[in-house]
Design a protein around this ligand. Structure first.
Ligand code: NAD
Length: 319
């Protein structure tokens, strides 16, 4: 299958290598010049579980080059959620009527963004538990394994896409209710991501806070009401069970969630597609969401503060 990965960052690169190794024709699409140059010149360096680095040569093109790339059977979207809209604009020339579009970015609202650009029957909604960290241009660090759940928005049969992903060992499964899985993961992220930033704590440290679960429930109870207004059944107990497991010292390790790393790097976060999404829909549906409102505002304040600090240090940093 001819596959493009739109957003060849940490996770896109990991999945891209797996798909290429299994025989698919894979092209990365990205907009970060140093990253593209590093991969196209020296290959993508992948370090798994602190073993010796391996190099993989997956071609990556910039968005300005896509016009000549021809047809892709499948495009997998792995930008950060706030970047999805622009990516869809940028790669419009390669989206034809027969291209399937699988979105695996975290958070809520991706489908609405996709539907602004393409016909619904081309969209496949997904959620993934694969992970990866991008440590410098052209180098990712990976550990463990993951899975993917997916479902075509129009309910059509996309088993051939799951088969293609499984050929690469991606543990893909068609689910009859992908939105429940997407909201479930968004619930976990809406707790761990912003609270690690606001408490300046990694996951293990967050787990030692006596009121960690109270704070989680503050966020999740509001999420449940908002979900119900959208026809989504949020299973708070299932999310709390996953959180309890993740917070156990033997599972949590010294891992900082991606929002913490985004703040440190002066990037805009995915908060508007997690807690901010609950606030926005809550306002529309007249559901009060004070916990998520304040968390969202504080994360935006933190983004501004850290970006101003970085801008002060580096003259060229675009704020
Ligand atoms: P990332 O920032 O490492 O990668 C995103 C890439 O997209 C970047 O390389 C960026 O240059 C590129 N990009 C964004 N907009 C672009 C545009 N308009 N044109 C060209 N390139 C563009 O992010 P990531 O960690 O790989 O995460 C991607 C998504 O997957 C996020 O929604 C994240 O929450 C989710 N996710 C990540 C992990 C993980 O472990 N990294 C795990 C599960 C889910």
């Amino acid at each position: 299958m001819k596959i493009a990965i739109a957003g060849f960052g940490a996770l896109g690169a990991r999945l891209g290598v797996m798909l290429q190794k299994s025989g698919h024709e894979v092209t990365g699409i990205d907009g970060w010049p140093a990253h593209i140059a590093a991969i196209n010149t020296n290959g993508l360096t992948v370090i798994k579980d602190n073993q010796a680095p391996k190099k993989y040569f997956v071609p990556v093109m910039s968005v300005s080059e896509v016009a000549t790339a021809g047809h892709f059977d499948l495009i997998i979207f792995l930008t950060k959620t706030p970047q999805l809209d622009r990516m869809l604009n940028d790669i419009e020339p390669i989206i034809d009527r027969h291209t399937k579009l699988l979105v695996l970015s975290n958070g809520l609202g991706n489908i609405e963004v996709m539907a602004k650009h393409v016909i619904r029957d081309q969209i496949i909604a997904g959620v993934t538990l694969w992970t990866s960290s991008l440590v410098k241009p052209g180098e990712i660090h990976i550990t463990g394994s993951g899975s993917i759940k997916l479902q075509a928005l129009d309910g059509s049969d996309v088993q051939f896409i799951a088969d293609a992903l499984n050929q690469a060992g991606l543990n893909a499964e068609i689910t009859p209710d992908v939105m429940t899985a997407i909201w479930h993961k968004a619930g976990i992220n809406a707790v761990l991501n912003p609270l690690s930033v606001l408490l300046n704590a990694n996951i293990a440290e967050f787990g030692t806070a006596g009121n960690a679960m109270d704070m989680a429930l503050g966020i999740l109870n509001e999420m449940k009401q908002v979900g119900a207004s959208q026809g989504i059944k949020v299973d708070i107990q299932a999310i709390m069970d996953d959180l309890s497991r993740l917070l156990k010292p033997e599972n949590a390790g010294n891992h900082y969630p991606s929002m913490y790393q985004d703040i440190q790097n002066g990037k805009r976060t995915e908060i508007d597609f997690l807690n901010g999404y609950f606030s926005t829909i809550g306002r529309q549906e007249q559901i009060s969401t004070p916990f998520n409102d304040i968390v969202t505002k504080m994360i935006h304040a933190k983004e501004d503060i850290e970006r101003a600090k970085i801008a002060k240090k580096h003259e060229n940093f675009e704020i």
